[in-house]
Design a protein around this ligand. Structure first.
Ligand code: PGA
Length: 257
């Protein structure tokens, strides 16, 4: 199978002020040295417009989107608003939101669909808790989450990516074994083929959870790992760009154009 061009996306979570635009500029400039990798930064919604203006041509994204087009949803941001502010992608269904905001799979699916509909690329997150991993139900729970949250179809230009992020690996420094990542990514890939047929092969499957420069090379060499969603290590160019470089160095990185 031809490998997909790797995507390395940073998730800045609730970090980022005007004073951080300089770091975003540095990341964007240094990322240009790796044209064989797609690089993006998902920043707080209030920073999107300033970030997008600061780094024209570099992919800036949101971290969440509301599923409704518009209306009485205090404090929420619609897909068109993200696009209007200069975002080209958005994360949906991050476990921190599924947990703290009690987002259901059905809501995550509707959010993904609302993003794709207006032309935003979407990174849809799934991942198991430590309990489910320890009782041998990780694959079953993640494929179940996917079945309930995958958007209905992939028509249109916007791209869907899946981020497999075991909850117990996020921000903990713990990372699954190579075998565990390979097994999960193969299961996700199989589900995508079942759901979307040939189009499923074009959906990138990212790994997320404690990715850093020291483990990125190993993660990117695993079959069916098409990139990474990076939290803490995406805040500084000095930590993030070596991860981009590791993705660029993986043999066979090829553009899906
Ligand atoms: P981390 O976060 O890289 O800090 O573990 C990943 C994420 O939550 O997307």
């Amino acid at each position: 199978m031809t490998s997909l061009k790797k995507l390395v996306a940073g998730n800045w979570k609730m970090h980022g002020l005007s004073s951080d635009l300089a770091e975003i500029r540095t990341i964007a400039e240094q990322a240009r040295g790796y044209p064989q990798v797609d690089v993006a930064l998902c920043v707080p919604s209030i920073l999107i417009e300033r970030a997008a203006r600061a780094v024209p041509g570099f992919a800036i994204g949101g971290q969440d989107v509301h599923y409704a087009e518009k209306g009485a949803h205090t404090g929420c941001t619609s897909a068109l608003m993200l696009l209007d502010a200069g975002a080209v992608l958005t994360i949906v269904g991050h476990s921190e939101r599924r947990d703290a905001q009690r987002e259901s799979d059905a809501e995550v699916k509707a959010k993904a669909e609302s993003g794709l509909l207006v032309g935003l690329n979407v990174i849809l997150c799934v991942g198991e808790s430590l309990d489910l991993r320890e009782c041998g139900k990780a694959v079953e729970s993640v494929t179940g989450q996917l079945d309930r949250s995958l958007p209905g179809n992939l028509h249109g230009e916007a791209e869907l990516a899946i981020a497999y992020e075991p909850i117990w690996a996020i921000g903990t420094g713990k990372i699954p074994t190579t075998g565990q990542i390979a097994e999960m990514h193969a299961a996700i890939r199989a589900r995508l083929r079942e759901c979307y047929g040939a189009d499923g092969a074009r959906v990138r499957v990212l790994y997320g959870g404690s990715v850093k420069a020291s483990n990125a090379g190993e993660v990117f060499s695993i079959t069916d790992v098409d990139g990474a969603l990076v939290g803490g290590a995406s805040l500084m160019a000095g930590d993030f760009i070596p991860i981009v470089a590791a993705a660029g160095a993986v043999e066979g990185a090829a553009s899906i154009a």
